[in-house]
Design a binder for this molecule. Sequence first.
Ligand SMILES: NC(=O)C1=CN([C@@H]2O[C@H](COP(=O)(O)OP(=O)(O)OC[C@H]3O[C@@H](n4cnc5c(N)ncnc54)[C@H](OP(=O)(O)O)[C@@H]3O)[C@@H](O)[C@H]2O)C=CC1
Ligand SMILES: CC(C)=CCC[C@@H](C)[C@H]1CC=C2C3=C(CC[C@@]21C)[C@@]1(C)CC[C@H](O)C(C)(C)[C@@H]1CC3
Length: 546
Amino acid sequence: MPAVRYQSGEMVMGRWPGSSLYYEVKVLGFDAESSLYTVIYKDGTELELKEPDIKVVRFQTRPRSRSRSPGRRRSRSRSPARTTRRTSSRTAAAIITDAAVPSHRDTRLKDSLEVRLSPLLSSMVKGRTVILNTSSNCLSLPPGAFFWLLFLPSWVFFLVLQVNQEDPSLTNSPPLLPPPGAFWDAQAFGLVVLWIVFQAVLYTLPVGKLSEGMPLRSGERLKYRTNGFFAISVSALAIAAAAHQGVDITYIHSHFLQLTAAAFLVSVLLSVYLYVRSQYAASEQLALGGSSGNLLYDFFKGHELNPRIREFDLKFFCEMRPGLIGWCLINFAMALAEMKQQGLDAPSYSMLLVNLFQLLYVVDGLWNEEAILTTMDLMHDGFGFMLAFGDLVWVPFTYTLQAYYLVRHPVPLSPPAAAAIIALKLVGFYIFRKSNSEKNAFRRNPSDPKLSHLQSIPTATGKSLLVSGWWGVVRHPNYLGDLLMALAWSLPCGFSHLLPWYYMIYFVILLVHRDARDMSECRRKYGSVWDEYCRTVPYRIIPGVY
Ligand SMILES: NC(=O)C1=CN([C@@H]2O[C@H](COP(=O)(O)OP(=O)(O)OC[C@H]3O[C@@H](n4cnc5c(N)ncnc54)[C@H](OP(=O)(O)O)[C@@H]3O)[C@@H](O)[C@H]2O)C=CC1
Ligand SMILES: CC(C)=CCC[C@@H](C)[C@H]1CC=C2C3=C(CC[C@@]21C)[C@@]1(C)CC[C@H](O)C(C)(C)[C@@H]1CC3
């Protein structure tokens, strides 16, 4: 006869089925035959849970002993692993405690019990189970999905046509639309496909580390081959060898429109494939945000979270390889095109700065490739048109507009101006890298001794939120660093036109929107503990700005 650990009427934390989230529940009874507890959630949902899916959370207010050694005190504040301990009590209680945080934490600890219940409901759409998240906005389908599907590609083609104008003012009348045939070039299409296949081969080579992703809703952790630095190094060698063999790299500049169209076609084909295969995916493999049952919306947002062909992770590959490394290749081609068009022996200083700054950004991303596994896209977003198009078209063909602009529009740069821009880039880079690495290290191993100086607050999900270090200054320090870098990329292009500032403007909009999206997602996940975090760290991206 199995022992009854939890008594009727007892308040405990029950895991929401299929997720790693725990909510406050009341035990209604125990069925000895099935060894299942019947529990009731705050919203009235009754479920049967197995014992391992139940925790007793006893929030312990430790006396803030002056005699405790600082080392010991620090170590308690950080880690859900360390702070969740088994006691010898009859009910095997899990203690969540956070002794090193300020005294108002007692209320905070109590608050973490008050996690808002925003359950995930399963519903049937066309005979398939879809996951509806009642607290996020995915139920109120943005009618904009259709608009974005049309607008984003049109905007890219507009920019690509505009930047090639003698006077690329955005206020000028748009360039005459070339005939449809001008967009298609079989060779350009072949080269785009060849590039993607080349990157895919490098990705699959058994070189470099196999890194673990964050736990999925099922508790599983996927493995990723993080050999991005190897891939960009081999790519650079291959391009250098091709140039040495007389291959004209400036082809990329002269066939930019056709290459863009080819990449767009690939992204559409890929998105169709992704949508079709998502129809056969198990519901636990679907993303919460792109599972509305509405074809257009799910096609755009992405239905499946981690589509894979065997070990080949399509989302990770597309986000980190062809577009990102292609961005550097295109910038390099623009530098060669500038030298050719303007009869220079070396690229201009503006071109050099843009090339080197963006190369540093990409190389850094690939060097720290593992850190992408704790970003929103990898953890929460489905893989659909938005990301496929973003990775394969938007990144390589619009992030390179500054270099493209400089080919025909030279901007002389004085040494002091160049020095000031370099300083800005380095400050931005420092903030960006340090904050991203800090969060990544904390998410991977909260009890890492290197993070012992950091304070965190526990949440009912078992994860904690950093409230000191970079993440105690603003809620998105990584965005701040990224924005400073974006500014440094536009400044070398001067102020004559708005077009090279396009990235900066787009990026402010993107990051402010991402911050808002992340806020509501974290509010859903962490309930009132998130509100407490926001009170402790009131500024969003810029210190002093709410
Ligand atoms: N160049 C470009 O085009 C773009 C660049 N970026 C860059 O990519 C990087 C990743 O950005 P993005 O994925 O948007 O967001 P983040 O890397 O900031 O990830 C947000 C997640 O971090 C976790 N988190 C938030 N606050 C805390 C905290 N206090 N302590 C611990 N964990 C916390 C939460 O996830 P959880 O709690 O579930 O772990 C949250 O959902 C950024 O540097 C950004 O600037 C982003 C978009 C475009
Ligand atoms: C308008 C539109 C189509 C938006 C799609 C957004 C994507 C372009 C971006 C979403 C998150 C991204 C990240 C990077 C590139 C742009 C996209 C894909 C990134 C890979 C750039 C390099 C960085 O070092 C990074 C790894 C932190 C970053 C991750 C997020």
